[in-house]
Design a protein around this ligand. Structure first.
Ligand code: KIV
Ligand code: ZN
Length: 394
């Protein structure tokens, strides 16, 4: 499997997974070391290019987890997050040392609001810290990523200067987070394009997008950033992350696959591992995936209405835009409920090994509809009981 960020393919989008850092920051999502290692192995197996394994200066536990992942992962690049401070950067460098491919990811805020209230720093001081932090990191790892926290709410002139400073100091990936999930697809597209148009030497770096989901736009904004030229997308499995979460890896990957006609970009992710990765994360964190969640929700490939089931039995393309197999599921699920029709009922009976004549089928179908009116979920065992009664009565 090809991994690593070096590629000559200009349509290749690097997948930077931050499930273990930004994802783990969501309340109630913390994982222990053994769990983090299982997640990292799965991410590597599925072809993620960069794994953000944690925030080494945050705690000893985080440091140890990043170090253990750095030892275990050999194909993907391993990175850890750090503030623009010597102590953080050195701690991160130490944690990722065993990795075959090491990246330090350092960040500082660039928006007026964050600089004034959070950092309480003048913009000129922020520029100094960008220069010193990136230069320090560049001497301690194979590559440096620099992030402009709250980048989407930063003033354009200042953001351009900050990005230029980071590139001059040695950053080879420049990430522009929509930290609070505030931007819109058009605006974010224009912001990324503006950086390409205005920052000198921007071609020396890969531009990266990192979107939060406060307005439910994280994936749309990520795709807009890619369309504008970004070639790294930061995301998490199941979209877990601070507040409303981060852009969901599975949605980005499948959007690029399914709509490759409109978005001709590729990733190295083996999409057939998506379901496995999603289940692993929800089992470990205890965070259930909402049933109607795109790609990995329990209902993503389920059909209950009679009209849809009839269409599905004739041609799956009528109501599915991707196959269940493409994301690692064995088959679609024709759910039997009060909206289901005779065709799906007959098909279910066949699957269960029954071959009823027309009259028996009609009677069984009437009983099934009565049952479905009273019962929210009709399981295979209910159908079996119902048909056995039908057979016994005749
Ligand atoms: O959302 C954000 O701004 C971040 C950065 C620290 C990369 O997670
Ligand atoms: Zn984030």
């Amino acid at each position: 499997m090809t991994q690593r960020t070096a590629t000559t393919d200009s349509s290749y989008v690097r997948i930077f997974d931050t499930t273990l850092r930004d994802g783990e920051q969501s309340p109630g999502c913390s994982m222990n070391l053994e769990e983090k290692l299982r997640v990292a192995q799965t991410l590597q197996e599925m072809g993620v290019d960069i794994i953000e394994a944690g925030f080494p200066a945050a705690s000893n536990g985080d440091f140890e987890a990043v170090q253990a992942i750095a030892r275990a992962v050999d194909r993907a690049t391993v990175t850890g997050l750090c503030r623009a401070a010597r102590g953080d950067i050195e701690r991160c460098a130490e944690a990722i040392k065993p990795a075959k491919h090491k990246r330090i990811h350092t960040f500082i805020s660039t928006s007026p609001l964050h600089m004034k209230y959070k950092l309480q720093m003048e913009p000129s001081r922020v520029l100094e810290l960008i220069e010193s932090s990136v230069s320090l990191a560049a001497g301690l790892a194979d590559e440096v990523e620099w992030s402009a926290e709250d980048g989407s709410r930063s003033e354009h002139d200042f953001l351009c200067r900050a990005v230029e400073t980071a590139i001059k100091a040695g950053a080879t990936t420049i990430n522009i987070p929509d930290t609070v999930g505030y931007t819109t697809p058009d605006e974010y597209h224009d912001l990324i394009k503006m950086l390409f148009d205005r920052v000198p030497n921007i071609d020396k770096a890969i531009l990266s997008v990192h979107c939060h989901n406060d307005l439910g736009l994280a994936v749309a904004n990520t795709l807009a950033g890619i369309r504008a030229g970004a070639r790294q997308a930061e995301c998490t499995i199941n979209g877990i992350g601070e507040r409303a979460g981060n852009a969901a890896l599975e949605e980005i990957v499948m959007a690029l696959k399914v709509r490759n006609d409109r978005m001709p970009y590729t990733t190295g992710v083996d999409a057939t591992m998506i379901t496995k990765a999603s289940r692993l994360i929800s089992t470990i964190t205890g965070f259930m995936v909402q049933p109607n969640k795109a790609i990995v929700g329990a209902n993503a490939f389920a059909h209950e209405s009679g009209i849809h089931q009839d269409g599905m039995l004739k041609h799956a393309g009528t109501y599915e835009i991707m196959t269940p197999a493409s994301v690692g599921l064995t088959k679609s699920n024709l759910v039997l409920g009060k909206h289901s029709g005779r065709a799906a009922f007959r098909s279910k009976l066949k699957e269960l090994g029954y071959d009823l004549g027309d009259n028996a089928l009609n009677d069984a179908f009437t009983r099934f509809k009565d049952l479905a009116d009273k019962k929210k979920d009709v399981f295979d065992d209910d159908i079996i009981a119902l048909v056995d009664d039908e057979v016994r009565d005749h």
